[in-house]
Write a protein of this length. Structure first.
Length: 503
């Protein structure tokens, strides 16, 4: 009778949990059971581990083997428990031991390692679904040494707080552990923004000076935008080029994005470019905000630190759009289930695009709109007042025929990005966050208005019945306009332009 314990982990939302893989080999009829709330994929590890150990030349114990994944109340749904289970069986059966002065063999001590990896039937270690998420979890749980499959070790090594060791097979890992010859993986270089954004540039957008400036303002303060115009006027083109004027992500932000992608089952390299998500308008509420029996992040979390583009936003389901209201305010979402609640970050910048009417030609210089006033009203009413109140800028685009064939050179994304980065640096130095993330106290402290600007704002409140949220958001946009102009105080013209952009 013998017992071995190997360290692993599981990620629930953005909360890592340590999992102790306890392997007990005792007397009794031969059996192999896995307990501790494993899902089907984890239970199937019994057959993978058995075949992998036998194919690697190890003896599979003919005894009663019980594997407990502790804590028992935490669901386990990852295939990366194959490797710690296999190593636990080798430790418990005495096949992974070293000689000592007092005993012919002593089980090797691997308490300081965390292990994660899926096994093939040949004993080879397969690529993890989310190597960066596993390494990030190990670092958060206090482990400084991690063993993963060789094929994804470099990706996991992007997490600098952890020493990552790669192994190609169970046999190779056992020999390396016994001879203390584990090789530390070198991290892959992060993909830089310019290499991915080549081919998308603001210089390709002809004309639309107001819309181009609005995109720059939105990028500088991470404000939410609604682009409205007739078909083909350039709404999607502008939205897709927003990320080309955004500064590169910091190292912490890159890891956050990679971990969330791993939580959704998508293995992506650590990228310096902000994420850009553009779900189809048929997407369900769960697809947008996250959920499921085992909660997974949705599109708003996959767009964390980046842009969520909703093209044809009026065609999205009403429940899906209304579900975005709280995340737009709080920067996160809590998915509640009967057993537990899981929190996902969702600090995204919303860019929405829509036509002015169902047929799309309202306000066009040549094409005639065939929609009735009632039909137009029903179409616009699909976007509720509370949802519209959370959009900082509302820009109407018009066809500019005279500039379509113009040879004028438009300003590039690189030039705009420099101004955006400078404005964001001013905000971070002054208040520690971007203007769109200022709370009520921050707006009062950093976005104060002069007498003339305050009088103008009061007129807007009386004329249009602005809510408190609308007033706060207008001040934030005015503060961003002042930062782009390198003005210490908000001038009346900055507020006037913010009012104009609010539509």
């Amino acid at each position: 009778m013998s017992l071995a314990v190997v360290n692993s982990c599981v990620l629930m939302g953005m909360q890592p949990h340590a999992v102790q893989v306890e392997v007990h080999i005792g007397a009794g009829l031969p059996a192999f059971s896995v307990v501790g709330l494993p899902d089907t994929g984890v239970r199937e590890s019994r057959e993978r581990v058995r075949s992998a150990l036998q194919s690697s030349g190890f003896n599979f114990p003919v005894a009663r083997i019980t594997v407990n994944l502790a804590p028992a109340d935490l669901p386990k749904d990852a295939a990366h428990f194959d490797l710690p289970i296999a190593i636990g069986i080798l430790l418990a059966s005495g096949q992974l031991a070293v000689e000592s002065e007092h005993s012919p063999s002593v089980p090797l001590c691997i308490d300081h390692y965390m292990l994660a990896g899926e096994l093939s039937l040949t004993g080879a270690l397969l690529r993890l679904a989310a190597p960066v998420a596993v390494a990030w979890s190990a670092a958060k749980l206090g482990f400084r040494q991690l063993i993963v499959p060789q094929v994804c070790a470099a990706m996991a090594a992007q997490v600098s707080e952890v020493q990552v060791y790669g192994a190609s097979s169970v046999r190779q890992l056992v020999e390396a552990l016994l001879t203390h010859e584990l090789t530390c993986a070198l991290p892959e270089p992060a993909v830089i923004a310019d290499s991915l954004s080549a081919g998308l540039c603001m210089s390709e957008v002809k004309g639309q000076q107001q819309a181009r400036h609005a995109i720059e303002v939105a990028a500088a303060g991470r404000h939410n935008v609604l682009l409205r115009g007739t078909p083909g006027v350039g709404k999607s083109m502008l939205a897709q080029r927003l990320i080309t004027v955004l500064p590169e992500l910091s190292e912490t932000q890159r890891l956050d994005v990679a971990v969330l992608a791993g939580g959704a089952g998508r293995s992506e390299p650590v990228n310096a470019l902000p994420p850009f998500r553009s779900p189809h308008h048929s997407a369900s509420t769960v697809a947008l905000v996250g959920g499921g029996s085992q909660p997974k992040p949705g599109e708003i979390s996959l767009a964390h630190h980046g842009v969520l583009f909703l093209d044809e936003v009026a065609e999205f389901g009403g429940r899906a759009l209304e579900a975005l209201r709280e995340p737009l305010e709080t920067g996160g979402i809590t998915i509640a289930r009967a057993g537990r609640s899981v929190w996902f970050p969702a600090d995204f910048q919303l860019v929405a695009a829509m036509n002015p009417c169902p047929c799309g030609w309202l306000g066009h210089a040549v094409q005639q709109c065939l929609c009735t006033p009632e039909r137009i009203e029903r179409y616009r009413a699909k976007l509720s007042g509370p949802f519209m109140d959370r959009l900082d800028l509302c820009i109407n685009l018009k066809v500019e025929i005279e500039v379509l064939d113009s040879s004028a050179v438009m300003e590039s994304s690189v030039q705009i990005r420099k101004r955006v980065a400078s404005a964001q640096a001013i905000q971070q130095q002054r208040q520690g966050c971007l203007n769109s993330r200022l709370d009520e106290e921050g707006v009062a402290l950093y976005a104060g208005l002069g007498d003339e600007a305050e009088h103008l704002l009061r007129q807007c409140i009386r004329r249009w019945g602005w809510s408190g949220r609308s007033v706060q958001r207008a001040k934030k946009v005015a503060r961003t306009l002042a930062d782009l102009a390198e003005s210490e105080h908000i001038q009346t013209e900055h507020l006037a332009m913010a009012i104009q952009y609010r539509g």
